[in-house]
Design a protein. Structure first.
Length: 78
C-alpha cells in the first residue's frame, strides 16, 4: 500500500475512501482511531489514506477530480 493522501479530518477521509471504493480501488485509512487520543499527538497528519500500488494512478485521477470540484451529485443533475 502506498500513501496517496493525508486527510484533514475523518469526514474528508471517509468521503475520499467512499470515492475510491466506488471506483473499485483497494484502499484503506490509517490512523482513524487516533483522533480520540489528541492529548500528546500532533494535530495534523493522523489520517493517512493508502492505496494499492496497482491502483495508484487511478487514485491520483480521482484526487485530481476531487480537488477541482468535478464530482457531480444527484442534486446537480436536476
Amino acid at each position: 500500500m502506498k500513501k496517496i493522501y493525508e486527510a484533514s479530518n475523518s469526514i474528508e477521509a471517509k468521503l475520499l475512501l467512499d470515492l475510491f471504493e466506488q471506483a473499485g480501488l483497494n484502499v484503506r485509512v490509517d490512523g482513524e482511531y487516533l483522533q480520540g487520543a489528541m492529548g500528546g499527538l500532533p494535530a495534523s497528519g493522523l489520517l493517512t489514506i493508502r492505496v494499492a500500488e496497482e491502483d495508484f494512478a487511478d487514485a491520483e485521477e480521482i484526487l485530481r477530480q476531487w480537488d477541482s470540484g468535478e464530482f457531480v451529485t444527484s442534486e446537480d443533475e436536476e
